[in-house]
Write a protein that binds this ligand. Sequence first.
Ligand code: ATP
Ligand code: FE
Length: 373
Amino acid sequence: RLVLGIETSCDDTGAAVLDETGAILGESLHSQKEVHLRTGGIIPTVAQQLHRENIERVVHEALERSGVTPSQLSAVATTVKPGLALSLGIGLEFSKRFVRQHSKPFIPIHHMEAHALTVRMLQPVPFPFLVLLISGGHSLLTVARGVDDFLLLGQTLDEAPGDTLDKVARRLSLTKHPQCSTMSGGQAIELLAKKGDRMRFPFTTPMGQSYDCCFSFAGLRNQITMAIVKKEKEEGVEQGTLLSCVNDIAAAAQHTVAVHLAKRTHRAILFCKANSLLPSNSPTLVLSGGVASNQYIRNALSIITETTGLHLLCPPPQLCTDNGVMIAWNGVEHLREGKGILSPNVDVFYEPKAPLGVDITAEVKAAAIKVPS
Ligand code: ATP
Ligand code: FE
C-alpha cells in the first residue's frame, strides 16, 4: 500500500510518498520561512499565494522521486485541520482535484494527530502513550490511545512557546544578528542561550498557582519584554538594538519556557499514573513539534521522564516540524485500521480550529496534583 501525503496547514508546502512500513519513497518540502522572517511574521494571504505557486511542483517532485505513479497510490492523505484557513484551502482544493482525477480514496488528516503519531513511523510504540506537542502554533499534552483516539490533558491558554520565542527574537532583532540571520526565533534563542547566564534574569515560571496541565506564555513574554525595555533604557539604546545581555535574556527565556513545560508534563505523568492511563510496563513520553528540536528543553524533559520512570522519545528535528511525511504516515495508520477513508467524490471542508480528542482538562485541574519544584 502506498500513500501520498500533502501538508499546507501553515507555512510549509510538503508532500511525500510512503509505503506501509513507513519507508519514505519520495519527499519534497518547500519552506516559506525566509519570506515570513523578512516580514516579521506570517501574512496569511502571502502564505496562501506561496502554497498556490508551489503545491503542484512539490507534489509532482515527491511522486517523481518515489518512482510511484498516481495510479499506483492506495490513497491520498491531506491536512484539513487545524491551521490557517487560506493555507489549508490550497492543499485541500489541490487534493480534491487530484483524487477525483485519479479516482483515489481520500483521507482527511488532523495536523496535530499527525505530529503525535509520527514517532510510530520510526519504531513500534504501542498505544497508549503520552505526547507533549510544542510548536509555533500549539502547546498541548495528550494521551494517544489510538489512531483517532486522543485525550486532551491540557493546552495553552494564550500563545504557543514557539510563537513566544519568535516574538522575543523579533523584539531583540535577532535576524540582524550575524550568526542568526536565517534562523527561526527559537533556533536563534537556543544558539545565543549557550553563551548566556540565565541567573541574571530570574523570570517567574508561569501558572505557579494553578495545578493543571495547561500552559501560558503570554505573561512570560511580557516579563521578558519589560526586562528588555529596562535594559534598553539603562543603556540608552534604541528599541531593538540591545547588544549586551542578549545572551543572558535568551538563556533565561529558554530556561523558563523549559521549566514551565517540564512542570506541566510532570503533572500530566502523575495524573496518568494515578488514573492508569499509561501502561505500567515501559510507559512512554513522546516529544514533538518544532520547539522539541531545542536541546535544552529536551534535557529538561528527560530529567522528568527519568525521575518518573518514563521512556522519552523524540523524532529527529526534520520530522518534528511540518512536513508531508507525517501526513502520509497518518494516512498509512488510517488505512491499516480502515478508518476515516473517504471516496474521491465526498465533499470535505477544512477546519481552521479543531479540538484534539476528548477534552479532560477540567478533570486534570480538579485532581490538583502538586509537583515538586
Ligand atoms: P503548528 O505545527 O502548531 O501549526 P508551526 O508549523 O509554526 O506550528 P513547527 O514548524 O512545528 O510549528 O515549528 C516552528 C516553531 O518551532 C517556530 O516557532 C520556531 O521558533 C520553533 N523552533 C524551531 N527550532 C527551535 C529550537 N531549536 N528551539 C526552540 N524553538 C524552535
Ligand atoms: Fe505543525
